[in-house]
Design a protein around this ligand. Structure first.
Ligand code: NBG
Length: 826
């Protein structure tokens, strides 16, 4: 232990209830200028956040110091998104201070839950990909692996979603408005250039040197958020970059009297980290997004290079100090930037630099959807990053030479492997970021077994032919700290009581629960816990949507981004056919059900927004129809995010994971539901396949075409219209929608959706409809046997250990990163 670390850990602030109460009251006064008499919930939250932060800082300093002195190899997780969720409760849990804090607050007659509710969550991600990054940061710290998450400090995160007249309305997410107690602004700042020109000169030793003169340069400033591990002293850092103007540049403009010019430059610079782009929209023309990607990647690499040179004196040691994990292609430009930094700035020769690059990078692919594989038009790329385009050409030329040697005269292969798509849409050549990531990395992985196999056999097949050894699978995982302990405290307490509290660090221990599945008394307690969570969600729904739902009905839940491939509309078609059946009197022994939806649609994705409108329109009619509304209700919970997700997962009986087989890379919501004892109704897609294998096929409701069947359907020639003609339920549902029944008589409103289904149906909604409805009926019947349902639910939880992000991180570390855990000890 070094001096600094020792001193830091010995200044640890007391953890007693009394000490917490005293610091809280002090912080309330000295940070917010309020007293208990006039404080709002936001003031109380701020004071408590600082009270907890005070207890984190000593650990943070100690960890930084120990990592540095030991020259620890650090995992640099590069991600354009980190959807961390509210910090306060999570940090209290990780410090194991929750009970003491609750008692301290109670002593002041304050309600901890109300204080926690006041936290505005940082929505710095769209969905699964960003949330995965947050789960991985949690597990890295818990497993005591030195790691830094590098990303962007967006001033506006993912938009807040309002529902107006059934439509999604987007509102800017000004999450920093009230300040952010968790971040520390640092002095590290790095210049980042854009545009300009490239020249070649000979240096004194007659070597060609490349000089890139950007036409604008901005700065990235580091903001650090400490990430605690659970029950350990390690603290890792989430380092997010904010863009700012280059001061001397401003000054220069100012000196020549161009004050407004200087202000403009400042505004332009700050725009880079202004807003998170929603995904599921084409990136074409999003010049600012390319700038964002380059901006954060460049700052992050300059930071790592600084650290390596500071501690090791030479960049030859870079791969011993950092392993850079690329979270999807968003940071893939890092490969070209690292080459530029090594070759142009640090004067390393190309081959040496390339060898270092390939040892330092690893790439995770998160999607097979062709439209989500990033490519940038060459003209835009050249305007923005002229030097990087040259570097990419050089990498490509050398790479394609290798390919030519391996596969003589195979021109098709060459065209597919090339980093440049020569025949892009509209004749515009494009830079393929996935290809760049593959060529520059030593490791390529998918995020579920099926997804990895499909990567190898489809989108990345030619790369797999080149380098089969680079490919491997790492099935996603989620953190049980947030998604069990925080989301479902009563469940966590029951687990503690029955199997001891180590499960939170080793989720496989949940297996010890299996025998309880056959214990009637335990099953009853299990149901009590689910009932409690459902009642809580019902309260939330009443407040958020003004609809009352009955906790004694089956809660059938689909929450995730709204996308056609995820098939929320398949779910709606089932609801409409159920409604139809009930109205016709054909649902005599029906299971009372509540369908819960939630999720955001990309602002420019019209079909997804129409699906939201359809859900809300059906909800409005069904919930008001006294003939059926005791058996059937539908709600759309607005603004699905990490915070309200925590209420929703815990309350679900049935988890909808119904994407078209082959489309969902993994899914992680599926895991969160399983951990909370929901049974899954799902296709053989993404991680569903592994969840089903883990929990047992008899405890999972399977339906739908497999990947192979999907391929056969397309090969045979798919005609959804014929299915519509043949299947009276499908026809009934679609006709009812088209009749204007859910749209105040407007027959045209949903036609874009239904016409699309009948004409092309790219996600096979019609093809899977019949099987889905029958599977839903099986699920509903099963729910009517509470004992058996509880037994299945318990087994789902007992067998979900594999889906902990701790398992995933252990696998990444032993197969790819090879960073040594470095416990911070006191
Ligand atoms: C998403 C996939 C999900 C997967 C998460 C995390 C993108 C590009 N991909 O299936 O759609 O669970 O990544 O891996 O957001």
């Amino acid at each position: 232990m070094t001096d600094i670390a020792e001193r830091a850990l010995h200044t640890r602030i007391a953890r007693s209830v009394d000490a917490i109460r005293r610091s809280f009251v002090d912080n309330l006064f000295y940070v917010t200028g309020r007293t208990l008499d006039n404080a709002t919930n936001l003031d109380l939250y701020t004071a408590l956040a600082f009270t907890i932060r005070d207890r984190i800082l000593a650990r943070m300093v100690a960890a930084e110091d120990i990592y540095q002195r030991r020259g620890a190899k650090t995992v640099a997780y590069l991600s354009a998104e980190f959807l961390v969720g509210p910090h306060l409760a999570n940090n209290m849990l990780n410090l194991r201070l929750t009970d003491n804090v609750r008692e301290a607050m109670a002593g002041l007659k304050l309600d901890l839950e109300a204080i926690l509710e006041a936290e505005e969550e940082p929505g710095l991600g769209n969905g699964g990909l960003g949330r995965l990054a947050a789960c991985y940061m949690d597990s890295l710290a818990t497993l005591e692996i030195p790691a830094t998450g590098y990303g962007i400090r967006y001033e506006f995160g993912i938009f807040d979603q309002l529902i107006r007249d059934g439509w999604q309305v987007e509102v800017a997410d000004a999450w920093l408005r009230q300040g952010n107690p968790w971040e520390l602004r640092r002095q590290h700042r790095y210049p980042v250039g854009f545009g300009g020109s490239v020249e070649r000169q000979r240096d004194d030793e007659h070597r060609v040197r490349v000089r890139w003169t950007p036409d604008s340069t901005i700065f990235g400033v580091a903001y650090d958020t400490p990430i605690l591990g659970y029950g350990v002293l390690n603290v890792n850092m989430l380092r997010l970059w904010k863009s700012e103007a280059h001061e001397s540049f401003d000054l220069q403009a100012f000196n020549v009297g161009d004050y407004y010019g200087a202000v403009d430059a400042m505004v332009t610079a700050e725009n880079i980290s202004k807003v998170l782009y929603p995904n599921d929209e084409p990136d074409a023309g999003k010049a600012l997004r390319l700038r964002q990607q380059y901006f954060f990647v460049s700052c992050s690499l300059q930071d790592m290079i600084r650290i390596t040179l500071r501690d090791d004196g030479s960049l030859e040691h870079f791969p011993d100090r950092f392993i850079v994990q690329l979270n999807d292609t968003h940071p893939a430009i890092a490969i070209a930037e690292f080459m530029r930094l090594l070759v142009d700035e640090h004067l390393m020769d190309w081959d040496r630099a390339w060898a270092l690059t390939r040892r330092s990078f690893a790439y995770t692919n998160h999607t097979l959807l062709p439209e989500a594989l990033e490519t940038w038009p060459v003209p835009l790329f050249e305007r923005t990053l002229p030097r990087h385009l040259e570097i990419i050409y050089e990498i490509n030329a050398r790479f394609l030479d290798d390919v030519r040697v391996r596969f003589i005269d195979d021109h098709d292969r060459l065209a597919l492997l090339s980093l440049i798509d020569e025949g892009g849409a509209g004749g515009v050549r494009r830079v393929r970021m996935a290809n760049l990531a593959c060529v520059g990395s030593s490791s390529i992985n998918g995020v579920a077994g099926l997804h990895t196999e499909l990567l190898k056999s489809t989108v990345l097949r030619d790369f797999h032919d080149m380098w089969p050894g680079k490919f491997h699978n790492k099935t996603n995982g989620v953190t049980p700290r947030r998604f069990i302990a925080l989301a479902n405290p009563p469940l966590a307490r029951l687990l503690d009581e029955v199997i001891g509290d180590e499960w939170l660090r080793d989720l496989e221990l949940l297996r010890a629960l299996e025998p309880q599945a056959s214990d009637g008394a335990f099953r009853q307690r299990w149901r009590g816990i689910k009932r409690e969570a459902k009642a809580k969600l019902a309260d939330h729904v009443r407040r958020a949507c003004g609809v009352s739902i009955d906790p004694d009905t089956l809660f059938d839940v689909q929450v995730k981004r709204i996308h056609e491939y995820k098939r929320q509309h398949l779910n709606v078609l089932h609801i409409v056919s159920l409604y139809h059946r009930l109205r016709e009197g054909g649902g005599g022994d029906s299971t009372p059900r509540t369908f819960v939806f939630g999720g955001k649609a990309a602002p420019g994705y019209r079909m997804a927004k129409l699906i939201i409108k359809l859900i809300n329109s059906v909800a409005e009619v069904v919930n008001r129809d006294t003939q059926v509304n005791r058996l059937l209700r539908v709600v759309f919970v607005p603004d699905f995010n990490v915070k309200n997700g925590q209420h929703i997962y815990a309350a679900a009986d049935l988890s909808e994971q119904i994407s078209t087989a082959g489309k969902e890379a993994s899914g992680t919501g599926n895991m969160k539901f399983t951990m909370n004892g929901a049974l899954t109704i799902g296709t053989l897609d993404g991680a569903n396949v592994e969840i089903r294998a883990a929990v047992g096929e008899e405890n999972f409701f399977l339906f739908g075409q497999t990947v192979e069947q999907v391929a056969e359907t397309w090969a045979r020639g798919y005609r959804p219209g014929e299915i519509y003609e043949r299947d009276p339920d499908l026809r009934g549902a679609i006709d009812l929608i088209n009749s204007g029944f859910f749209a105040h008589g407007d027959r045209g409103l949903f036609r874009p959706l239904t016409d699309h289904l009948l004409a092309s149906d790219p996600f096979l909604v019609c093809a899977d409809f019949r099987d889905y409805v029958e599977c839903q009926d099986r699920a509903a019947r099963a729910y009517r046997d509470p004992e058996d349902w509880s037994r299945m639910s318990i087994l789902n939880v007992a067998r979900c250990g594999r889906f902990s992000s701790d398992r995933a991180i252990r696998e990444y570390n032993s197969d790819v990163w090879k960073a040594r855990p470095l416990p911070v000890t006191s």
